[in-house]
Design a protein around this ligand. Structure first.
Ligand SMILES: C[S@@+](CC[C@H](N)C(=O)[O-])C[C@H]1O[C@@H](n2cnc3c(N)ncnc32)[C@H](O)[C@@H]1O
Length: 275
């Protein structure tokens, strides 16, 4: 049977960058262990599992689906093909939400929670917020609930439904956040760059990519308290269109913020108190 040193040398020669992570995953160790024990020989089942995962990675399957986890906001989250793999850019939405001046016991709604990344990050920082997180997908909500439990945040309320239909009552909300699908249905990226592995329901949003943003922004005033905030993530070329949607819905203090790459990423606005 092959040793760790031999397998890593083969992977290096074939430029398979993620091989150490996959090997560490199969052995249930961290990467440093591999380098401390280069002569360790894998059992036959371990070797077969490693080679199977390596082949799937070679076919383009995202690393996070192969290892079953991804870090977001320094929190380890379970992911599987029922959920979008949380992106580092989305941490901007969390930062902006935390920077708002909101009451201690704010009611907060996350629409389209997927793995639960945003709701769990917010709950980990604001123990007093009453957070509801929704999704249309039962399978995604199962993952999100497990992630919340894993981080001891079982007070987040998870509910299923089509955007605001997931809510039971007309309780006023202080803050709505969402990273909805915003890719155009005919965008070639949906068939490239690893995206074909992620659920289409998490990515595609009609012919202009704005169908879900339109619904979320347009209906937000029915649910926000006066002075409440809406924050949405969107595509880098959608800033103008999204600000227009905020304006049409009656929002003030509308602005678009850029991610670390300098690209338009999140638009926010305040629903004004009545005069
Ligand atoms: C882009 S993913 C975001 C997931 C997660 N919030 C994140 O940032 O990693 C969008 C999520 O919206 C959900 N979704 C799509 N259409 C929906 C709808 N009509 N109502 C509620 N959720 C929906 C998808 O299932 C998916 O989990």
């Amino acid at each position: 049977m092959s040793s760790i040193a031999e397998l890593l040398a083969e992977a290096r020669a074939a430029s398979l960058e993620d091989a150490p992570l996959l090997l560490a995953h199969v052995l249930d160790r961290d990467r440093s262990w591999l380098f401390a024990w280069p002569e360790y020989r894998l059992s036959e089942p371990q070797l077969n599992r490693y080679l199977g995962l390596l082949e799937r990675r070679r076919q383009g399957e995202p690393l996070a689906y192969l290892t079953g986890h991804r870090e977001f906001w320094s929190l380890e989250l379970e992911v599987n093909p029922a959920v979008l793999i949380p992106r580092p850019e989305t941490e901007l939405l969390v930062e902006l939400a935390l920077a708002l001046d909101l009451p201690t016991r704010s009611r907060v709604l996350e629409l389209g929670t997927g793995s639960g990344a945003i709701a769990i990050a917010l709950a980990s920082e604001r123990p007093d917020w009453h957070i509801t997180a929704t999704d249309a997908s039962t399978a995604a909500l199962d993952v999100a609930r497990r992630n919340a439990r894993r981080h001891g945040l079982s007070r987040i309320r998870f509910t299923r439904g089509d955007w605001y239909h997931a809510l039971q009552s007309g309780e006023g909300i202080h803050l709505i956040v969402s990273n909805p699908p915003y890719v155009r249905q005919d965008d070639p990226h949906l068939r490239e760059d690893g995206l074909p592995w992620e659920p289409e329901q998490a990515l595609a949003a009609g012919s202009d990519g704005l169908a879900d943003l339109r619904a979320i922004i347009g209906q937000a005033p029915e649910h926000l308290l006066p002075g409440g905030w809406l924050l949405v993530e969107h595509g880098l070329d959608q800033g103008d269109a999204v600000r227009t949607l905020f304006g049409n819905a009656g929002f003030t203090q509308v602005s678009t913020r850029q991610d670390l790459g300098g690209r338009d990423r999140v638009t926010l606005g305040c629903y004004p108190p009545s005069p």
